[in-house]
Design a protein around this ligand. Structure first.
Ligand code: GRF
Length: 201
């Protein structure tokens, strides 16, 4: 796989920026072919434009999910994207979309999956009382946060943690882990064996 990345984001875009930084630093052999957002006001979209990257808003309002996703898929294909990276993308992709890009979509989730899938993962971890949480990069399959795991990083929960402080420490790990996991995938240094993503020897 060559490293043409398509980034999908809905908000802040700090993971997108972390990926961009590693590419610029020469640590990640990839290019950001396009950034797509379902939210016109996403700060991440603004940042992509400011960096001069191809960036567009695709409006989901008042349309069938199938039509909206078809636009997204066509835009990705028009930019000959090899790997789609969800970076704070707040929509669940349909099975149709996922099947169009088999094993070519990654997501980052702010918890150690399979614990605390879905929204507010950091709050879920605090409420549950776990002593360790972290983040997970995984391939996207047809479920919610259920695909094969590429990489994880562990973050210790401290007694005085709030949702904000824990999220901040997890985010720091996300910024390190996501570019590293993308590097592994675009350089083809892995095989998928059932649910397991193994290092290629
Ligand atoms: C991150 O916590 C990520 O794990 C989750 O959404 C958040 C996105 O943050 N999927 P950002 O937009 O990359 O700053």
């Amino acid at each position: 796989m060559s490293g043409r990345l398509g980034i999908l984001l809905s908000g802040r875009g700090s993971n997108f920026l972390a990926i961009h930084r590693q590419i610029e630093a020469g640590a990640l052999p990839a290019v950001i072919a396009c950034v797509i957002s379902d939210n016109a006001a996403a700060p991440g979209l603004e940042k992509a434009r400011a960096l001069g990257l191809p960036a567009c808003f695709i409006d989901p309002a008042g349309r069938k999910k199938r039509d909206f996703e078809d636009d997204v898929a066509r835009t990705l294909e028009a930019h000959t994207v090899d790997l789609i990276c969800l970076a704070g993308y707040m929509r669940l992709l349909s099975p149709n979309f996922v099947r169009r890009f088999p094993s070519r979509i990654l997501n980052i989730h702010p918890a150690l999956l399979p614990s605390f899938a879905g929204l507010h993962a950091q709050r879920q971890a605090l409420d549950y009382g776990v002593k360790y949480s972290g983040c997970t990069v995984h391939f996207v399959d047809e479920g919610m946060d259920t695909g094969p795991i590429v990489a994880q990083a562990v973050v210790a929960v401290q007694d005085h943690d709030t949702e904000e402080s824990l999220s901040e420490r997890i985010l720091r790990e996300e910024h390190r882990l996501y570019p590293e996991a993308i590097r592994r995938v675009v350089t083809g240094a892995y095989i998928i064996d059932g649910r397991r993503v193994l290092e290629k020897r």
